[in-house]
Structure formats: C-alpha cells, structure tokens
Design a binder for this molecule. Structure first.
Ligand SMILES: [Zn+2]
Length: 315
C-alpha cells in the first residue's frame, strides 16, 4: 500500500491531485500570502519529484515550465508523485523583483528561520514542509540582470555524484559542473541527501520559448528515467559537459556589442565582441581567452568596468 503524503495538515492519497496553499506571512493589508503547491500522485508508489520555480520572483521561465507541465492533460503519472511549487517567492513576483521586498535573496537565506526575514521564512517553510517529502528536486532559474543563460543543468558533480544520472537523463544542451553555494537551497538539500538539479534558461522578466521547451522536455525525461512516465520527448541536441567556467568581464566601460552568442563554441583568440566609448573615439576588440562554450551573454548595451559580459565554459 503506497503511503499517504501529508502536507499542510492535508492528506494526499495515491491517485489524488491536490492544490495546497501553504501560509507564509500576511501582507500589510492583512491579506494572507500563501505559497501555492500542487501535489499529483500516481496510484502506484514510486519516487517523489519536487519541482521548484520562482525562488527569484522575476525569473518567469521556470514558472511557465511548471505551469505547462501541470496544465498538460496528456502527462499522466504511472508511478510516484510530483510536488510542484511554481512560485516560491510570491512577493518578488508581484513586484517584478528577484528578491523579497526587504531586498533579501531567498536563495541566499537557507536554512532560514520561522521568525526571520520574509526570505528566511520562505526558506524555512520550504525546508521544513516541502523538502522532506521529496526524493529528488529540480530548481528552475534564469539569468539575472539582462544576462541570458543558454539552457543548462547545473550540478556539483563531486559533491552530488548521485545527481549525474538525473542530469544525463535531463539532457539539456549544457551540463555545467557548479560548486554548491552557501545558504542556497541546493546546498541545504544536498546536506539532507537530496539530489538537486538546477536548471537555468533564458533571462529574468522575459519568457524564452526555447528555454521553456528545453525545461519541460528535460523534466519529462527525468520523470521517465525515474519510472514515473512511460515516455518523454527525445533530446534535440547532444549535451556538452563543462568541467569549469569563468566570467569574461568588461576591461573598460562603454557600449557593449556581443558578436558571439549563447551555445556557440569559440576558439582561442576569436573575436567575441567590441567595447566602444559612446562618442566614436575608441573601440576595442574582445578576444576569446581560450577555447570554450558561451554559457551566458549579457544583453545590456551599456556596461561598467568589471561587468560580466559572458559566462564562458571549458570542456
Ligand atoms: Zn534564480
């Protein structure tokens, strides 16, 4: 007999779908602010997959990925359960902001506390009420500050080797080895022995169809790998695995014109873009420091010294 799942004082039996509104805090208007969660379960027992998006309230692609998975009536679980949280940071979403209204980043507020800041309360709720249900997690993000990420899965391959089969099943265009960051959801979940994939695709405040579709298809492939679905879309590309990555930063301030873009392979010394002053006096060429893949590109045309222009990956 498959076990009953318990969340927010409610029971979810095998074969059931439930929408649950976990109370987080009150707005200044007394309006209760809740974190919406949908749990859907197959009749047959199996793994519990947690899908999380909107930890950063302005990163909409992940929300759209989970929304479409929830809305697609053709997706019928044959085994296991999905706990879907399409919007963790409701506050940030309403304000079109990455952070909570007090300027805190939820993904740097773990493990959080029940009496802490809004961000700390959100983090604490996730860890105490939702994460314990999960066997595996996928946390959806996008680039921030006008930086667009090529669809990619991030995993600390050394700290979480058990996540590698999931990452390979996801089969995003890029798989990036990425160290666990202090106070992040991924690190706290890793400390509790839960494999977490972070999916990054597109940029904040912009729906990116390629990033959304890669996210949906990859998630369905992970579900198939876990025996939760009988079939899933085949990958469109072969995954490129990147062992390390660096940021290429602006040596000078000015107008930035990228000539290479996300997903491109660039050879050492190839022309990547230009930095010019606004008055036609100077223009410098930016050359590739080594062979590598473009993981992320900055699409802000005006940059300051030290701004990140590209995230550049090494095989
Ligand atoms: Zn994010």
């Amino acid at each position: 007999m498959p076990p009953t799942l318990h969340l927010n004082g409610q029971e979810i039996l095998p074969g059931q779908t439930r929408d649950i509104y976990l109370e987080i805090a009150q707005l200044p208007t007394h309006t209760p602010m809740t974190m919406p969660i949908r749990v859907f379960r197959a009749r047959e027992d199996g793994p519990v997959l947690l899908l999380l998006a909107g930890m950063h309230g302005d990163e909409i692609n992940g929300l759209e990925i989970i929304r479409r998975i929830m809305a697609d009536k053709r997706i019928r679980l044959v085994r296991g359960s999905v706990v879907a949280v399409p919007l963790v940071n409701v506050f940030g979403f309403l304000h079109l902001s990455r952070d909570t209204p007090d300027g805190k980043d939820v993904n740097r507020s773990f493990p959080g506390s029940a009496q802490g800041s809004l961000a700390a309360r959100l983090a604490h709720s996730l860890l105490t009420h939702i994460l314990p249900l999960a066997d595996y997690c996928i946390d959806f993000h996008t680039g921030g500050a006008s930086r667009s990420n090529h669809p990619q899965v991030r995993l600390d391959m050394k700290a979480q080797p058990e996540g590698l089969p999931l990452a390979h099943a996801f089969a995003a265009p890029l798989l990036l080895n990425s160290k666990l960051v202090d106070k992040s959801f991924r690190k706290e979940a890793a400390l509790r022995g839960k494999p977490v994939l972070v999916y990054e695709g597109g940029e904040s405040l912009r729906l990116d169809e390629q990033a959304v579709q890669e996210g949906i298809d990859g998630t369905l492939r992970v579900m198939k790998h876990l025996g939760m679905l009988p079939e899933a879309p085949a990958p469109q590309t072969t995954t490129v695995t990147l062992a390390d990555s660096t940021w290429i930063r602006a040596r000078k301030a000015g107008l930035f014109r990228p000539l290479v873009h996300n997903g491109e392979y660039v050879r050492k010394h190839a022309l990547m873009g230009t930095l010019a002053d606004p008055y036609g006096l100077t223009e410098i060429s930016l050359k590739a420091p080594h062979d590598g893949w473009i993981i992320s590109t900055n699409y802000l045309p005006v940059v300051n010294q030290g701004d990140a222009l590209w995230h550049f990956g090494e095989v």
